[in-house]
Design a protein around this ligand. Structure first.
Ligand code: DP6
Length: 322
């Protein structure tokens, strides 16, 4: 088999990954925990090309060059090295969500690419091995291999993989805030945080504690504790980022208004908590039975989507090839 197609979904972290210990091996400074979504998948086909002299990459039917192609080609180099198969490949990928939503597309993208490439180049398809490989493409992709809820341990090259963790069923209410293109990539902003933010060390220490508390709260099925840890951890990440020199601010005025509304809903007895990645979109979490009411209460701020815990990365039949 020299062609393979895989599908993977984005994930949103409840305890965030923000900072690398080793940027070649892509080892994170701290562990993290996330929920894989059940919508906005990426489907990717990798087709080995025995006669080609370079890799090619198409996204949504458009030929991609420059930096995104370079990242894909470097990832394929790793797989060529491991498999001993030197052939280049044609990679065709499609993000099925609204691409403008800016929702963790590097996580679903590199997770789908890791699985499809493993299959096409004859590598192991064990989830831990695919997760370890996906990590080299983008840190958050490590977790998108795993269905529902995942913990990604900091670890070393061997142990820094994501594993499934049981957590109480919940929903994510994604509020897509319209904003300008993000100015600073997560990769760049992580480096700047480590180099210039006076809160960087505090971020690391509190995130290590937050992950251990989160694992306990998940085991206890304690949604309230999960929610509190989630919102506090997100605010601390944004505080550390905002304190960079020069400062970086991902949250828009609209994002802050959503966090205020989430708090007001809580004060009124509807239990929901917020988080946000490196952009202006806000994601609220709630128990399944409250999700529609939370979505309704947040609809005035932008397009709202309710997501349940979703599947891990999967291989698809040839008929679904891109
Ligand atoms: C804020 O995984 O996109 O979403 O590893 O450099 O590719 P690289 O970064 P990326 O960063 C994700 C950051 C985050 C938090 C998270 O998903 O845990």
């Amino acid at each position: 088999m020299t062609t393979a197609t895989a599908r993977a979904y984005p994930n949103i972290a409840l305890v965030k990954y923000w900072g690398k210990r080793d940027s070649t091996l892509m080892l994170p400074l701290t562990g993290s925990m996330s929920m894989t979504l059940d919508d906005f998948p990426t489907v990717t086909t990798v087709e080995r090309q025995p006669d080609a002299s370079a890799d090619t990459f198409e996204l949504g039917g458009e030929v991609v060059t420059d930096e995104p192609l370079r990242r894909v080609a470097e990832f394929l180099d790793l797989v060529r090295e491991r498999s001993g198969v030197r052939e280049f490949a044609a990679v065709r990928s499609k993000n099925e969500g609204p691409t403008a939503a800016g929702l963790a597309s590097s996580a679903s993208g590199f997770a789908a690419l890791a699985l499809a490439t493993s299959k096409a180049y004859g590598l192991s398809l064990e989830p831990a091995d695919v997760s370890r490989l996906a990590r080299r493409g983008s840190g958050s992709a490590t977790r998108s291999i795993i269905p529902h809820f995942a913990v990604w341990r900091a670890g070393d090259d061997e142990t820094s993989v994501a594993e499934a963790i049981d957590a109480p069923d919940m929903r994510m209410i994604v509020v897509v805030v319209q904003a300008r293109q993000k100015e600073v990539s997560s990769r760049e902003a992580m480096k700047r945080t480590a180099a210039t933010s006076p809160y960087h060390q505090g971020w690391i220490t509190t995130t290590e504690e937050a992950l251990e508390s989160m694992i306990e709260a998940c085991a206890d099925g304690d949604f309230t504790r999960i929610g509190r840890i989630t919102e506090t951890n997100a605010m601390r990440m944004h505080a550390a980022i905002q304190a960079c020199d020069p400062p970086i601010r991902y949250l828009a005025p609209q994002s802050i208004a959503i966090f205020d509304r989430i708090r007001a809903l809580r004060d009124a007895g509807m239990e929901t908590y917020g988080t946000a990645d490196a952009g202006p979109n806000v994601v609220a979490i709630s128990r399944p039975e409250d999700a529609d009411a939370v979505a309704k209460a947040l609809a005035e701020f932008g397009e709202v989507r309710v997501m349940a815990p979703g599947p891990g990365a999967e291989l698809l039949a040839d008929s679904e090839a891109q």
